[in-house]
Design a binder for this molecule. Structure first.
Ligand code: MG
Length: 474
């Protein structure tokens, strides 16, 4: 009998498509209870995979959330708690994800994966910090938020110029191809389609090579410019149109994977970097709070994982999982070797994906706002410690009360004491600026001298839009 040439061959390694949205809330998808937004493709993805109901990002704002996802570490662990006093990175700042950190792109690249990043990066805009210097073969996208370009100034609110003062403009919004600015102030309504085109090109290009696609949408971060068709069809204004565009993009990618015969060999993950602002059509229902807060609505986000043959269709789980878990979990699935010279906070959640009886590997989940430890979840219980610098000690039973409406601290001193052990462990390791704790196991943020913005306004430049006319910022 002829030897079977495949007998000793390793199992085919899965491809990975990781879709991350910007400010999409827990209650914004049909499969999470939205009745305002139409999300047939994402609902189908959930029906074919696993919907996480207690999935957390490690921060309620963009840069630290994305840094944590890419490194498997809490933001303060990698110097991403505070950016010289700011909660997120701004254009031309000399800070970013240091070259010493091994991003998910670099991790899977080291295992032989072809890697492509598309969309919002927000982990530093100086050359050393860009995706192509963090293990991604190629990049197309905005290096930070879509409201960080030249935009009509707000008449009032935190971003409005003081009375009598000239408005302060940010540099023109750059669109990068690899590390080059290929366009300034692009038509934002066109970007999702361009991102999808680039993603399809990448999928087709990979042939038989395993690949990792990280697609980070600009939606639903304000200001929302969206394709005309979705604007026309939306029953929830520009927000619903942006959600529809995300859903459409997902449908195209799933269709493409099917056409290429890769549907069964590809892990598709869909999530969001932080909760919705909870205004302008967004929803974190039934959770309390919104983006920038450590209430559940700021950090608990949608997450769907579809992986045929490994994840049974139509499952849901309420076990705690986090974006940091993707790092060790994908390393295991893809045959990459985790670094052993540093602390990684994420846990391998392969068991949660494959076994309906599995329980969360997390003893505790930490809610940091910048470098302040604001809350800790242990099992069903969440102890709040502070909110934006002020003491706020409350206890909620998230199983009975996911909306954090009924403080039960007085009735459960034993639970409070048990969680305090985790509070102290977190402060010792990661620090807690509010209580003066520095943390013993923190790695420094990347820092370059003399940073320069990627663009400078030039009145002679033929911008498609020299100034975006919507004033929303967030
Ligand atoms: Mg965001």
């Amino acid at each position: 009998m002829a030897p079977d040439p495949t007998a000793d061959a390793p199992a085919r390694r899965p491809n990975v498509v990781l879709i991350n949205c910007d400010d999409l809330g827990y209650g914004d998808l049909g499969c999470y209870g939205s009745t305002r937004n139409q999300t047939p493709a994402l609902d189908a993805l959930a029906a074919e995979g696993l919907r996480f109901d207690s999935f957390y990002m490690a921060s309620p704002v963009c840069s630290p959330s994305r840094g944590a996802l890419l490194t498997g570490c809490y933001p303060p662990r990698i110097g991403f708690g505070s950016f010289d006093g700011l909660p997120v990175l701004f254009p031309g700042q000399g800070l970013g994800l240091p070259p010493s950190e091994i991003s998910l792109g670099a991790l899977l690249g080291s295992a032989g994966y072809r890697t492509q990043m598309i969309g919002k990066w927000h982990c530093g805009d100086q050359p050393a910090f860009l995706p192509t210097n963090h293990g991604f073969d190629h990049y197309l996208g905005l290096p930070y938020s879509n409201d960080m370009g030249r935009q009509a100034p707000m008449a009032e609110g935190p971003f409005a110029p003081p009375p009598g003062a000239e408005p302060r403009y940010l540099p023109p919004l750059p669109l990068l191809l690899d590390h080059d600015v290929i366009e300034q102030q692009p038509d934002q309504a066109s970007l999702t389609e361009r991102y999808v085109t680039e993603a399809v090109r990448f999928l087709r290009d990979c042939g038989d090579d395993p690949f990792f696609l990280y697609l980070a949408h600009l939606y639903v971060h304000v200001p929302i410019y969206v394709q005309e068709r979705f604007a026309r069809q939306s029953a929830n204004g520009p927000y619903g149109a942006a959600v529809a565009s995300i859903d459409w993009a997902t449908a195209v990618l799933v269709h493409e994977l099917r056409s290429l015969g890769l549907e069964d060999d590809t892990i598709v993950i869909f999530t969001s970097d932080n909760g919705s602002r909870g205004i302008d059509g967004g929803s974190n229902q039934p959770l309390r709070g919104a983006k920038t807060t450590t209430w559940e609505g700021g950090m608990r986000v949608p997450c769907i994982v579809r992986w045929p043959g490994h994840v049974a269709p139509g499952r849901t789980t309420d076990e705690v999982a986090t974006a940091m878990d993707l790092y060790p979990t994908l390393a295991a699935a893809c045959g990459a070797t985790l670094p052993d010279d540093r602390t990684i906070d994420g846990c391998d959640i392969t068991a949660l994906l494959e076994d309906p009886e599995a329980t969360s590997p997390h003893e505790a989940f930490l809610y940091y706002w910048m470098d302040d430890l604001e809350a800790v979840r242990v099992g069903r219980w969440k102890l709040h410690l502070a909110k934006h610098g002020s003491v706020r000690r409350e206890l909620y039973d998230l199983e009975e009360d996911p909306g954090e409406a009924h403080d039960v601290l007085a009735a459960h001193p034993d639970v409070e004491a048990a969680i305090e052990v985790h509070v102290e462990a977190a402060r010792r390791s990661l620090g807690d600026a509010r209580t003066g704790r520095a943390g013993e196991d923190r790695r420094p943020v990347g820092r370059v001298p003399d940073p320069v913005p990627l663009t400078t306004y030039d009145p002679e430049h033929p911008y498609y839009l020299a100034e975006y006319d919507l004033t929303d910022r967030g």
